[in-house]
Design a protein. Structure first.
Ligand code: PMT
Length: 447
């Protein structure tokens, strides 16, 4: 048990942290699956099967374009429910009107979501059953886009996606790869099994970070010397994986970007495997939109060989000098992005731990930093650790404990600082709004 950390407000979070992740988050849950027009619509049939296997009740709503690709009969057979297609279907409305349907849903999932549908959702159109339901529901909405890669990259789609993410619509993918149109790039529908695992957190019991998206990096990176050799470090990923799990346990929608480790993926966490710093950075950039909190636990290599030899380097000389170059500082880059997530960094130091950690807190413009003394069998690749947590207004020492317990305690601090920062921001904007209104009223009176 972590000591020196149970008083005041924090105990509230500690109690919440005690909540365990639900192993059957979909059991009995009511999912409204919207299917829009696109070649990937055939994969939605598999998605219905997956959701039902997880115990969910699935009501399918198809747009008219979707019916050009798959027939409602397929979905009816798989879901065991008549498929809804029309806003003006008197018989269906008599059984369950579209507003009732919107209320019935505990989650609205649109997969595949076409570029057209994203645009209509972003702009609040309500000209068919699915778009109307989305406007009328209080349930969380998740969309799994699927489209041609140029359509996905188009500035109009980027704008719509940003608008939707900022409003809390969860984006699932898209994946990158070969497309039905013969092109290659982002725009593939995420595989049905992965969609199912990504929506699970949205259906779990709420926690203080419910619905917040968190990116966690973990593990080491490997920087290529030649096809069989690399520069790396001793990180096992245990600290980062424990954090991903405890953040998931407080309701967050966690994406874990991991270097090469041998750990199982925590339940309810979406994991992306990478090898080098540059791959980790690319994955972070891809996953960043909509991220509320970024946690950099990874032991990212600071330097990489200037070039990766194409062939295995032969031992032809007594000594071999490797020229190294700086890698991208992922944490600093994310911290400089707009919108900027709440930033949590780590500091691994062999000496003057607090001094160097404070310098990193400022230099990397972080909201919170967890420092650990490393080396001589400390922190790297072991089950226990201790942390000194610093933020601009405070510090907490978390003494030696298991990484799982430390992760829970650190999660409590992250929740506390993040919510405090949000509350302060809301107070500021309410104050700003009030003074603008006052100025407008005074202006109107004077004229
Ligand atoms: O994985 P384990 O075996 O469980 O060990 C856990 C740990 C010791 C690796 C972990 O607790 C830890 O300290 N992680 C950070 C390691 C590190 O790289 O520290 P740093 O002081 O060099 O870097 C400072 C911060 O910048 C870190 O958040 C790091 O993720 C980030 N960074 C560093 C370099 C880089 N190119 N990009 C980065 O984002």
């Amino acid at each position: 048990m972590v000591q020196g950390y149970d008083g005041g407000v924090r105990s509230t979070y500690r109690a919440r942290i005690g909540q365990k992740a639900d192993n059957q988050p979909m059991q009995g849950k009511r999912i409204l699956l919207g299917v829009t027009g696109g070649i990937a619509a055939y994969k939605s049939a598999e998605l219905v099967r997956r959701l039902i296997e997880h115990g969910a009740q699935v009501q399918v709503v198809m747009t008219s374009a979707a019916r050009e690709f798959v027939t409602p009969t397929t979905f009816q057979a798989l879901s065991g429910r008549p498929v809804r297609t029309d806003l003006w279907d008197a018989a269906a409305e008599a059984a369950m009107g579209h507003i009732e349907l919107a209320r019935w849903a505990e989650l609205v999932l649109v997969a595949p979501a076409s570029a057209d549908f994203l645009a209509r959702l972003a702009h609040g159109l309500a000209d068919d059953l699915l778009s109307t339901l989305c406007l009328a529901t209080a349930a969380p909405i998740a969309v799994a886009p699927a489209m041609n890669q140029l359509m996905w990259r188009n500035a109009a789609t980027r704008f719509n996606v940003e608008l939707l993410t900022a409003r809390g619509v969860r984006m699932i993918g898209p994946g990158v790869g070969d497309q039905a149109c013969g092109e290659h790039g982002p725009g593939r529908l995420v595989e049905p099994a992965d969609i199912a695992s990504q929506i699970a957190p949205l259906l779990s019991p709420a926690g203080p970070l419910a619905g917040r998206r968190i990116l966690v990096t973990a593990g080491p990176t490997r920087e290529c010397i030649d096809p069989v050799r690399f520069v790396s470090n001793r990180s096992s990923g245990k600290m980062g994986f424990a954090l991903a799990q405890s953040l998931r346990d407080v309701g967050a929608d966690v994406v874990l970007i991991s270097g090469p480790v041998t750990l199982p993926t925590p339940l309810g966490v979406r994991r992306i495997d990478v090898e080098s710093c540059e791959q980790m950075y690319a994955a972070v950039q891809r996953e960043l939109p909509g991220t509320a909190i970024f946690v950099g636990t990874a032991a990212v290599a600071d330097y990489r060989p200037l070039a990766c030899a194409e062939q295995k380097i032969k031992k032809t000389s007594e000594t071999l000098a490797l020229e190294l170059t700086r890698t991208t500082d992922i944490l600093s880059q994310v911290s400089a992005s707009t919108p900027r997530p709440f930033m949590v960094g780590f500091a691994a130091e062999t000496n003057s731990v607090e001094h160097y950690a404070r310098a990193k807190l400022l230099a990397k413009n972080l909201d919170l930093i967890a420092a650990n003394e490393v080396g001589h069998t400390k922190a790297f690749d072991c089950d226990d650790n201790s942390l000194l947590v610093l933020w601009r207004g405070g510090r907490v020492e978390l003494p030696v404990s298991s990484k799982r317990e430390l992760a829970q305690a650190l999660t409590g601090l992250i929740v506390e600082q993040y919510l405090e920062q949000n509350a302060a921001r809301e107070r500021d904007s309410a104050r700003e709004l009030a003074s603008e209104e006052l100025a407008a009223r005074e202006g109107a009176r004077a004229s």
